[in-house]
Each structure stands twice: as C-alpha cells, then as structure tokens.
Write a protein that binds this ligand. Structure first.
Ligand code: SF4
Ligand code: SF4
Length: 109
C-alpha cells in the first residue's frame, strides 16, 4: 500500500536496494526499526530519532549521533551501548536494506 513520507528537499534520492546507504532517510522516515519503536513509542510513521544534517545534506540516526539525548538523565551512561545497538539496525557501511520504491508526489520533483 502506498505511504506518504516527508523528507528534506535536499535529501539524496534513495539508492536501489543493496547499493551503499547514502543517508536518504526513506527507511526511517517510513517506519521505525525495533529500537526506533522504543524511542518513538510508535510502530508507524517517521522515527523520532531520525535527524537531518544540514552541513552534509543527509539523514542520520540520532541514536548513533547523540544517543544521550534519547536516555533519561540517570541512564545517560548507557549511551555507548545504545549507539552500538543502533549500529545493528542501520545500513551504515553496508548496502541499503530497504526495498521500497519511492515516487515523488504529483506536482513535486
Ligand atoms: S538504508 Fe536505504 S533507505 Fe535507509 S537511509 Fe540508507 S539508503 Fe536510505
Ligand atoms: S536506525 Fe535510528 S533513526 Fe532509523 S529507525 Fe532505527 S532508531 Fe530510528
């Protein structure tokens, strides 16, 4: 079923599945991974941990970039563990594991 997702206009186009991940953000803007479900407290829609990096024009996982932000004050010492766990769910250094086909909305490029 088609799903509408919103992405930054400067985000790179999604590569084909198994091509190198380019930080297009499609997968995480579409639905959260298991860790994203925990931090977003929902199973559908954009992951709350997804962050846009203006200086690089890419999306990144906030659990890797700033994991402490997603932990309560008393648990921030768990940030390195959370970062390591997040690496398991993203395609960093691997191929894109998202098989979705992306089409711009009518009237958009
Ligand atoms: S895994 Fe694929 S869809 Fe997800 S950010 Fe990387 S390239 Fe984009
Ligand atoms: S990889 Fe990070 S940003 Fe993407 S869905 Fe998982 S927790 Fe969210």
């Amino acid at each position: 079923m088609p799903q509408l997702i919103r992405l930054h206009p400067a985000a790179p186009a999604k590569p084909a599945e198994h091509e190198p991940c380019n930080g297009c953000g499609v997968c995480c803007a579409g639905e959260p991974c298991p860790l994203g479900v925990l931090v977003s407290r929902r199973r559908h829609g954009a992951c709350k941990a997804l962050v846009w990096q203006d200086e690089r024009n890419v999306y990144r996982c906030g659990l890797i970039e700033r994991p402490q932000r997603h932990l309560p004050l008393g648990l921030r010492w768990l940030a390195p563990l959370l970062r390591r766990a997040a690496y398991r769910y993203i395609a960093a250094g691997r191929g894109c594991d998202c098989s979705w086909t992306v089409e711009p909305r009518a009237g958009e490029d």
